[in-house]
Design a protein around this ligand. Structure first.
Ligand SMILES: Nc1ncnc2c1ncn2[C@@H]1O[C@H](COP(=O)(O)OP(=O)(O)OP(=O)(O)O)[C@@H](O)[C@H]1O
Ligand SMILES: [Mg+2]
Length: 223
């Protein structure tokens, strides 16, 4: 097991209602998880907490057996866990390549930045000639793939994506989900995807339904 949540509670402020209401769950390498539930049920809050963007109000989170509170959170976020936000948060005036080299720089990569960035972009099937396009000239599906490539820069064990296919047509949804499935099945990553889509849910090994900040059911996908 790569990640374990033990009775995690979270609220945004003292006296505010709890958004996460006692969540316990274990996540494994090599599996794809879908997190589903109504709008406002706490899905984005949940993944922000596991990515250590914020701390649980109570309860504990273990990464590979170690309480994440004891880990250096910059290193945890750079090398162990990576989160892809719904709006991608790319640098839109930068080229696809530079969106990746910027991160290689931040994480202290040793080697040829452009070659490594190009390799990461090719892994997500961005054609070579587009590596030097400014991101705003790429399609939504291509931007999503650049965001995935960027998330893979530090070779994290856990990849989290918030609604990664929300704005994409069926073919692009399929392409993106094939990439996530490959990361889980062939590269042993733990992939956690927040989605409202039953189609995306079909790719999951396990679906967690969140309601009122609790996991109400966890089921194996029909896929
Ligand atoms: N920064 C914040 N401060 C206070 N409350 C917040 C904050 N961010 C989110 N919330 C509240 O927490 C609850 C859960 O929000 P969250 O974004 O986790 O839901 P969600 O399941 O991701 O919804 P959606 O499917 O619409 O993205 C909502 O009631 C929301 O208003
Ligand atoms: Mg959300």
């Amino acid at each position: 097991m790569i990640l374990k949540l033990d009775n995690v509670y979270y609220r945004y402020a003292k006296n505010a209602p709890y958004i996460l209401n006692g969540i316990s769950h274990e996540f494994e390498r090599g599996k794809l998880y879908a997190i589903m539930g109504g709008s406002g049920s706490g899905k984005t809050t949940f993944i922000s907490i596991i990515a250590a963007l914020d701390k649980p109000t109570s309860g504990r989170i273990f990464f590979d057996g170690t309480d994440i509170i004891t880990l250096n959170s910059d290193e945890y976020r750079a090398k162990k866990i990576s989160i892809i936000f719904q709006n991608y948060n790319l640098l839109y005036n930068y080229t696809a390549l530079d969106n990746i080299t910027t991160v290689l720089d931040i994480i202290g990569f040793k080697g040829n930045y452009n070659a490594k960035a190009s390799e990461l972009l090719s892994d997500v099937k961005i054609p070579k000639e587009k590596h030097r396009y400014p991101v705003h000239n790429l399609s939504g599906g291509e931007q999503q793939r650049v965001a995935i490539a960027r998330a893979l820069t530090g070779d994290p064990d856990i990849i989290i994506a918030d609604e990664p296919t929300g704005n994409l047509d069926k073919i692009n949804q399929e392409n993106i989900m094939e990439i996530f499935r490959d990361l889980a099945k062939n590269r042993g990553k733990c992939v956690i995807i927040v989605t409202h889509s039953d189609y995306v849910g079909e790719y999951a090994d396990e679906i967690l339904y969140i309601s009122d900040g609790k996991i109400v059911t966890s089921s194996d996908s029909a896929f």
